[in-house]
Design a protein around this ligand. Sequence first.
Ligand SMILES: Nc1ncnc2c1ncn2[C@@H]1O[C@H](COP(=O)(O)OP(=O)(O)OP(=O)(O)O)[C@@H](O)[C@H]1O
Length: 270
Amino acid sequence: MPDSRLGKAVIASPLAIQGLTVSYDHRPVVHSVDFITPPGSMSAIIGPNGAGKSTLLKAALGITRRLSGEVRVFGRPLEQETRHLAFVPQRSSVDWDFPARVIDVVGMGLYRDLRWWQFGSRQLRRRAMESLARVGMEGFAERQIGQLSGGQQQRVFLARALVQEADLTILDEPFAGVDAATEAAIIEVLKSLRDEGRTLLCVHHDLATVRDYFDHVLLMNVRRIAAGPVDEAFTEENLQATYGGRLSPVQLARLVESPRAGRRVEAGQR
Ligand SMILES: Nc1ncnc2c1ncn2[C@@H]1O[C@H](COP(=O)(O)OP(=O)(O)OP(=O)(O)O)[C@@H](O)[C@H]1O
């Protein structure tokens, strides 16, 4: 990767994105975005609806074709480093009618590391059950995934990422549509992963919890507006530039001044 903008940090970073551009119908929806996740950090990607957050993640993961740009995972090209990387997709993008038991969905997280004769083994089941226990879902192992509530499905997908023991986990809106108890359970698991030295990157919508949950942030609206430690990048000026007039001055002041605003503040709400 040419390192004129990102420098040596690329080598040490779990995820380094440089000059990433994605276009649909000749219209850039992500334009020349640079971003580095520091090791052992928990980073949020924030921006309004349609800002290109999911597209950035999908292009970084090779799911969506990028027009230009470079992506390095632990300093190496993405295709050489998938073993250290787990992805939790947006819940709404998954076909939950697919007939599969919870235990099998979690076990799928291990399949790329297994030989065929290990499929269904006791050891695989034990690891899957341990991950389910970590998200409080061990009692649901034999259920069909389509029979779970939205919050339970989200926990199962987190368990599927946990079983991979990845050093970098990328989550697309892990708190979308979950209740407060599930959100608290998920954030506890994510923080414990960070405390183990692992790196987390989430698309996140609730601006009121950014300071409480994350230590780094990327603010984007097609282009990168700002990135860095939350204390430096999550400023009134940068929020204004990211959301334009969609956040009121009162909301902006509350978000920036208070370490925890205490209630959900999503762009567009007044
Ligand atoms: N497959 C596609 N074909 C054409 N346009 C697309 C496609 N996927 C996304 N887009 C467009 O790209 C832009 C960015 O979409 P994206 O889903 O990345 O935004 P986002 O920031 O994740 O939004 P949200 O917060 O609503 O989830 C939007 O204008 C969207 O309509």
